[in-house]
Design a binder for this molecule. Structure first.
Ligand code: ATP
Ligand code: MG
Length: 459
């Protein structure tokens, strides 16, 4: 944004991206009341000309598969140092699928999305949209629409004008524009009265709906969302989350949605693509990811509260395999029997370091389990208990590892109480525990998340 002032007048020039077309807005504002003298917007003339030539391209079949093949993004950072933001990504997003990219900050989600949109050059590999290799196709010709976190609405246009603008640039007939805007508004619950308001007279959630509406009216083959709900409060996020899911059911378009919120990923995605350090860690349906995480990183990233993890070894005792916790000196290790059905896969790991994982809901207070098997009981000290009404969250420690249990009972537990918990070992997971020495960062600190990605699932 550029601004300059003369006497009592300020001129603001702003360029932004509307449906991937660069647009320049110019506004004169008068001090002190900030009244508008005049505002208007210009599309880049070259972009406009080529759009006019192609304005009917949107009428064909909406089905579109997106294929990402051996894609890399390498940035040149400070002092010419190369930064690999996306590394050898391979993924097929099926036609009409809702795919969610999830992962911690900096893992390459936005970069991947922006390469699909054409806003970022692809360093190596290929991207195909609907069988067409799009590496060299400009964003406006990819038949996609992107919704950003910061809405990017034009403040001086009404909601109606904001939604109609992209179609006007493409020379759509007035009646068609009107029908599409009103249809989109109805789908998103924007009233005719709201269509006449300026964005500043809308709430955050309503503004985000307008941004989504602007994408819908285009009827793109692929919708790309980059953290579209991050600016909303918790309640509005939940509401918009359901609305976007309903929208997908209704429009049946291919949608790719970026978030770092694992709850959004679990609830919205047909499939989830978990990323870390520019690499895909796992692609699967939400419950498959939850029940069978590919490695320790996925196991601890998906699920809230997260999966409990204990380092230790597998040992053979009186014809049964048991997990024995690795403890600080002088402490009695947590020892629990492995479920029979998991034994065959763990035979080769006897005596080797493993990580035992169990979700909080698979640990229950012994008094609430009928006839518990002593081999599956874990003893630990409760440090804090949180009554949630429907369940109780217990924060416990073995002395070496801390963990959480979600009991179905309404328990009242005093701090420092020793408790016995029954582990549902049928739902337990075991991961290879690779040497942490290979994952040391500066100052001797371990890069835990990177180490976790190397600890693959055994069973
Ligand atoms: N222009 C750039 N030059 C150098 N490095 C960059 C550039 N843009 C992004 N990166 C780096 O690439 C990596 C991936 O960035 P990206 O924006 O894709 O992450 P993200 O997963 O979307 O994270 P967030 O959740 O924070 O939005 C990061 O390490 C980032 O610092
Ligand atoms: Mg991002």
């Amino acid at each position: 944004m550029l601004a300059f002032a003369a006497q009592n007048w300020v001129c603001v020039i702003d360029t932004s991206i509307d449906s991937l077309v660069t647009v320049m807005s110019i506004a004169w504002l008068k001090f002190p009341d900030m009244g508008f003298l005049a505002t208007f917007s210009l599309a880049r003339p070259t972009a406009l000309r080529s759009l006019r030539k192609t304005h009917h391209y949107e009428r064909h079949n909406r089905m579109a598969k997106v294929i990402i093949e051996n894609v890399y993004k390498i940035y040149t950072g400070d002092k010419g140092k190369l930064v690999t933001a996306v590394e050898d990504v391979n993924l097929t997003v099926e036609s009409e699928e809702f795919m969610v990219f999830v992962g911690p900050s900096g893992c390459g989600k936005s970069t991947t999305l922006r390469m699909i949109a054409g806003l970022e050059e692809i360093s190596k590999g290929s991207i195909y949209i609907d069988k067409r290799r799009v590496n060299d196709v400009p964003p406006k010709d990819r038949d996609i629409a992107m919704v950003f976190q910061n809405y990017a609405l034009y403040p001086h246009m009404t909601v109606y004008q904001n939604m109609a603008f992209g179609l006007q640039l493409r020379n759509f007939p007035k009646a068609e524009i009107d029908a599409r805007v009103r249809d989109a508004a109805a789908i998103l619950g924007l009233t005719p009265e709201m269509l006449e308001r300026k964005p500043k007279a809308l709430s955050g959630g309503q503004r985000q709906r307008v941004a989504v509406g602007r994408a819908i009216v285009r009827k793109p083959k692929v919708f790309l969302f980059d953290e579209p709900l991050s600016n909303l409060d918790a309640k509005m996020r939940v509401q918009m989350r359901t609305e976007i899911s309903k929208l997908h059911t209704r429009l049946n378009s291919t949608m790719i949605y970026v978030t770092h919120d694992q709850v959004e990923a679990m609830t919205m995605g047909d499939r989830i693509c978990v990323m870390k350090d520019g690499r895909i860690q796992q692609v699967a349906e939400p419950l498959d990811i939850y029940n069978t995480p590919a490695n320790l990183f996925v196991a601890s990233f998906i699920g809230s509260p997260p999966m409990n993890l204990f380092e230790g070894t597998i040992e053979n005792r009186t014809n049964h395999l048991v997990f024995v916790e690795k403890t600080k000196e002088g402490l009695t290790p947590l020892t629990v029997r492995v479920d029979e059905r998991q034994e065959s896969k763990l035979q080769s790991r006897i005596g080797k370091p493993v990580v035992f994982g169990i979700r909080p809901e698979d640990l229950e207070d012994k008094h609430l389990v009928a006839d518990p098997n002593p081999a599956f009981i874990i003893s630990a000290v409760a440090e804090v208990s949180e009554p949630m009404g429907s369940e109780t969250h217990l924060y416990l420690t073995t002395g070496t590892h801390t963990f959480i249990a979600r009991s179905h009972g309404q328990l009242r537990v005093e701090p420092s109480t020793r408790m016995e918990l029954v582990a549902n070992m049928k739902k337990a997971h075991f991961f290879d525990c690779v040497d942490k020495k290979d994952y040391v960062k500066e100052f001797g600190e371990i890069n835990v998340e990177k180490w976790q990605t190397a600890c693959g699932l055994i069973v």
